[in-house]
Design a binder for this molecule. Structure first.
Ligand code: GTP
Ligand code: MG
Length: 327
C-alpha cells in the first residue's frame, strides 16, 4: 500500500537528513512520527523510524575529554540571548558592529561571517547578548547552525530592504519552519519530552537608507506571522535606539531592584525575571531555601502606593523596587 506522505512529513524528513547532531535527529524523527499519516501503508515505515529513534536515544553521550568543540554552542551571557538569521550580505554583522564592541567582519561580499560572534548590547542598566551568524541560503546552512537558534531566547530575522525581500523572507521562514523553530499552535505542543521547541521571532529590516520605496509595507503584507518589524539603517544609525528597546521588550522580561530593609535600593544591578513573575518567584531566584521563609514584601513601583505590603503571589512590574521580609 502506498504511504501517501504529506508535505509536513517530507519537511520533517528533510530536517532529519540535514540534522548534524543526535539531539536534532531525535527531534526530527519524533516530528516525522507525529505527522506521519496513520494507515496500513505506513506501518513498516513507522516501525523503522521507531527503531532508529530508540537506537539514537541509546547513543551514549560523548565521552568527557573527547575533543569535540561545537562552535555553534554559544554560552549565555546577560539577561537574554538574541540570534540573527538572514541571507548573505543582509547586514547582520553591521548590526552587531553598530550595537556592541564585538569584533565582527563587515564586508560587501557574501559569506563574510563563518561562525557565531556574540556581542553585548547595553540597554539602560542591562546587557543583552546579540549573536552574529553565518548566512543561510535556500539550499545551505552550516551543519550545526540550527543549534544556536534552538538554544536562544529570541530569533531576529534580518531582511535587507534594498533587494528581493520576498525571497529573503521565504528562505528564512523555510529554514525556521522546517525545523519547527517558530512558535505556532502546533509547535508549542510538539515535543514529547516537555520542551517547547518554538522560539519567538521578529524582523529587523536593514538598509532603510537605500530601501526600495514601499519595501517595508510589502514585507509586512507578505509575512503571514504577526512579527514586529523594526526598520534601521546601519549606515545612518536611524532606528538603532529603537532596536535596542525592541530587544528588551521582545525578550519579555522585567527588572526588579532589591532593597534591604531600612536601606536604599541597589539601583545599578537589577534582578531580571520573566514578565508575569511574582514576589515568590523573585525570592526563589535570590535564594531557593530562604524563599520558603518569606513572610511578606514591600513594594515601590507601578500600580501600588509607596511601600505597600504585597503577598507572595503579587505580580511584579518592570522597575519595581522590592523589600523582602523573612520569618
Ligand atoms: N547602505 C547600507 N549598507 C549597509 C547597511 N547594513 C549593511 N550594509 C552593507 O552591506 C554589506 C554587507 O554587510 P554585512 O553586515 O557584512 O552583512 P552580513 O549579513 O553580515 O553578511 P554575511 O556575513 O555574508 O552573511 C556591507 O558592505 C555593509 O557595509 C545599511 O543599513 N545600509
Ligand atoms: Mg556577516
Amino acid at each position: 500500500m502506498p504511504a501517501n506522505l504529506t508535505p509536513e512529513y517530507l519537511k520533517a524528513e528533510k530536517w532529519f537528513r540535514e540534522a548534524a547532531t543526535t539531539e536534532e535527529k531525535i527531534l526530527a524523527l519524533e516530528r516525522m512520527l507525529s505527522v506521519m499519516p496513520k494507515h496500513k501503508g505506513t506501518d513498516h515505515l513507522k516501525a523503522d523510524l521507531r527503531r532508529k529513534l530508540s537506537k539514537l536515544k541509546e547513543t551514549p553521550a560523548k565521552k568527557a575529554g573527547a575533543k569535540h568543540v561545537d562552535i555553534f554552542h554559544v554560552p549565555r551571557s546577560g539577561v537574554g540571548q538574541i540570534v540573527l538569521l538572514g541571507t548573505p550580505n543582509c547586514g547582520k554583522s553591521s548590526i552587531v558592529a553598530a550595537l556592541t564592541n564585538a569584533k565582527v567582519n563587515v564586508a560587501d561580499f557574501p559569506f563574510a561571517t563563518g561562525a557565531p560572534v556574540p556581542g553585548m548590547v547595553k540597554f539602560e542598566d542591562i546587557q543583552i547578548q546579540l549573536i552574529d551568524m553565518p548566512p543561510i541560503t535556500a539550499d545551505y546552512s552550516a551543519p550545526g547552525q540550527v543549534g544556536t537558534y534552538r538554544n536562544c531566547d529570541l530569533i531576529a530575522i534580518v531582511i535587507d530592504l534594498s533587494t528581493d525581500i520576498q525571497e529573503q523572507l521565504r528562505i528564512c521562514l523555510d529554514f525556521l519552519e522546517s525545523r519547527n523553530l517558530l512558535i505556532d499552535a502546533e509547535t508549542a505542543a510538539l515535543d514529547e519530552r516537555g520542551n517547547i521547541l518554538g522560539k519567538r521571532a521578529f524582523c529587523i529590516c536593514t538598509k532603510s537608507d537605500i530601501a526600495k520605496p514601499g519595501a517595508l509595507g510589502v514585507l509586512k503584507q507578505k509575512c503571514k506571522y504577526p512579527f514586529e518589524f523594526v526598520e534601521i539603517s546601519n549606515k545612518t544609525g536611524a532606528g538603532l535606539e529603537k532596536l535596542s528597546a525592541a530587544f528588551f521588550s521582545l525578550l519579555n522580561i522585567i527588572r526588579i531592584y532589591a532593597k534591604p530593609p531600612g536601606k536604599p535600593a541597589d539601583m545599578t544591578d537589577p534582578f531580571t525575571l520573566p514578565a508575569g513573575a511574582t514576589v515568590m518567584d523573585l525570592a526563589t531566584s535570590i535564594h531557593r531555601e530562604l524563599a520558603e521563609k518569606l513572610k511578606f514584601a514591600r513594594i515601590w513601583g507601578t500600580g501600588v502606593y509607596d511601600g505597600q505590603n504585597a503577598q507572595r503571589n503579587h505580580i511584579l512590574n518592570d522597575k519595581d523596587i522590592i523589600e523582602l521580609h523573612f520569618a
